[in-house]
Write a protein that binds this ligand. Structure first.
Ligand code: NDP
Ligand code: MG
Length: 378
C-alpha cells in the first residue's frame, strides 16, 4: 500500500499533538507506527489507544510502566526511530536529548521530519554524515525552514543569494533593555503569535531561538552565515524570504499554525489536500510590518550566530548553556538576562572544546551545563 508509517518522538508535546491532529485527517496516507513521551504516561496511553502504534516508548516511567509492552528508558527513542514500519520519523523531542534518535534514523535511511532543531545545532556535520552514510534525509518542520524549502523546492538551477528568516520578536519586542532585567517568567511565557512548549517559548523571548534557527538553516541549506539574515515581523504571516541571484525574492505565507509545516515535512515535495489550515485572508491578517533586530536588547542572537561561525563545539556549547539557563529561568532561579550572560560565559570557557565525534560534542554539552549550573544557579 502507499500508506507510510510515521514514528512520532515527543508525541505528547506541542508539536507532537499538532502532528497527531494532522495525521487524524490523513489516515488514508499515513499510519502512526510509534509514539514516545518523556513522562506523560496518561496522554501517551490515550494516544496509543486512539492511533494503535506498534511501538510505544516512555523515557521515564514514574511509578513503573503499568502498560504491558511499553519500552522504557532513553534508548526507546532510538528504537522508535529505527523501526522497520516507520518510513518517516517526526522528531518533536525538545533539546539535545533528541540527537541520537535523529542520527540513528538518518543512518537507517529514514526521512526525518525535524522539529528538534537542537539536533542540527549540536551536531549538524554528524547529521549530514549520517544522512550520506545511510541514505536518510532531513526535512524541516520549523516554520521558517519549511518556508525556505517551499520557496526553493522544484527550482533546480536557481541559485539562492540570501535567505531572510522572520522572527516575531517575542513578547519583549518593544521593551527597553533596562525593563528586561525585571521581566518575569509569566511575561516570557506570553508569546504574541505562537502557542508552543515552554522551552521554545522562552527561546523566542530571548531570540536564542532565532540563533538556533540561523545555525539550523546553515546546515539544512548549506549557506554561509553571511548569507543568512534575520528580520523582525511581528505578525508571523511571512514565514521567511528567499532572495535569488537575480534579486527576485520569494516568500511563503500563511496564518501562524504549525499544522501546515508538519504536514509539508511529511509530504514534501508533494502537497496533499488538507482542511486544517483556515483560509488565507490577507485583509483579515492586517498590515504586515518588518523591523530590524534590536541586538542590544537580545544578545543571545548574536552570541549564537558567532558560535555558529566559530563552528566546532561552539554551537553545542551555545545550545547546552541555553538549555540549562532556560531550565533555571523556568525554575525561577535566574533572571531573563542571565540567560545570555550564562551563554556568553560558557562560550568563553568552553567554546573551543574538541568536536570530532558525538561523544566529544556531548562532553562539551555536559561541560557547558556544569559551567552554567556552577556559576549561575543560586
Ligand atoms: P514540548 O515541551 O511541548 O514537547 C516536548 C516533547 O518531548 C514532549 O512529548 C515531551 O514528553 C518530550 N520530551 C521532553 N524531554 C524529553 C527527553 N529528555 N527525552 C525524550 N523526550 C522528551 O516542546 P515543543 O513541542 O514545543 O517543541 C519540540 C521541538 O520542536 C523543540 O525542539 C522546539 O524547538 C521545536 N519547535 C517547536 C515549535 C512549536 O510550535 N512548538 C515550532 C518550531 C520548532 P512529556 O510530554 O512526557 O514531557
Ligand atoms: Mg521557527
Amino acid at each position: 500500500t502507499g500508506v507510510r508509517g510515521v514514528a512520532i518522538l515527543g508525541s505528547t508535546g506541542s508539536i507532537g499533538t499538532t502532528a497527531l491532529r494532522v495525521l487524524a485527517r490523513q489516515e488514508d496516507r499515513f499510519r502512526v507506527a510509534a509514539l514516545t513521551a518523556y513522562g506523560n504516561a496518561a496522554l501517551l496511553r490515550a494516544q496509543a489507544d486512539r492511533f494503535g502504534p506498534s511501538f510505544v516508548g516512555l523515557v521515564t516511567p514514574n511509578g513503573g510502566a503499568d502498560d504491558a509492552g511499553w519500552c522504557t528508558g532513553p534508548a526507546c527513542l532510538v528504537e522508535a526511530a529505527t523501526r522497520d514500519d516507520a518510513d518517516i520519523v517526526l522528531n518533536a523531542v525538545v533539546g539535545a536529548a533528541g540527537l541520537d534518535a535523529t542520527l540513528a534514523a538518518l543512518r537507517a535511511g529514514k526521512r526525518v521530519a525535524l522539529a528538534n532543531k537542537e539536533t542540527l545545532v549540536v551536531a549538524g556535520e554528524l547529521a549530514h554524515q549520517a544522512a550520506c552514510a545511510g541514505g536518510g534525509e532531513i526535512v524541516p518542520v520549523d516554520s521558517e525552514h519549511s518556508a525556505i524549502l517551499q520557496c526553493i523546492a522544484g527550482r533546480p538551477g536557481q541559485e539562492v543569494r540570501r535567505i531572510v528568516l522572520t522572527a516575531s520578536g517575542g513578547p519583549f519586542r518593544t521593551w527597553p533593555r533596562e525593563k528586561l532585567e525585571r521581566a518575569t517568567l509569566a511575561d516570557a511565557l506570553q508569546h504574541p503569535t505562537w502557542s508552543m512548549g515552554r522551552k521554545i517559548t522562552v527561546d523566542s523571548a530571548t531570540l536564542a531561538n532565532k540563533a538556533l534557527e540561523v545555525i539550523e538553516a546553515h546546515f539544512l541549506f548549506g549557506l554561509p552565515y553571511d548569507r543568512i539574515e534575520v528580520v523582525v515581523h511581528p505578525q508571523s504571516v511571512v514565514h521567511s524570504f528567499v532572495e535569488f541571484v537575480d534579486g527576485s525574492v520569494l516568500a511563503q505565507m500563511g496564518v501562524p499554525s504549525m499544522e501546515l509545516p508538519v504536514l509539508y515535512a511529511l509530504t514534501h515535495p508533494e502537497r496533499v489536500p488538507d482542511a486544517g489550515v483556515p483560509p488565507f485572508d490577507p485583509v483579515e491578517l492586517g498590515p504586515l510590518t518588518f523591523e530590524r533586530v534590536r541586538h542590544d536588547a537580545f544578545p543571545a542572537l548574536r552570541l549564537g550566530v558567532e558560535a555558529g561561525r566559530a563552528g566546532g563545539a561552539a554551537p553545542a556549547v551555545f545550545n547546552a548553556a541555553n538549555e540549562c539557563a532556560v531550565a533555571l529561568f523556568l525554575e525561577g532561579r535566574i533572571g531573563l538576562l542571565d540567560i545570555p550572560r550564562a551563554i556568553e560565559s560558557a562560550l568563553a570557557a568552553l567554546g573551543g572544546a574538541p568536536a570530532g565525534s558525538r561523544d566529544a560534542l556531548l562532553a562539551a554539552d555536559a561541560g557547558a551545563r556544569r559551567h552554567v549550573t556552577d556559576r549561575f544557579a543560586c
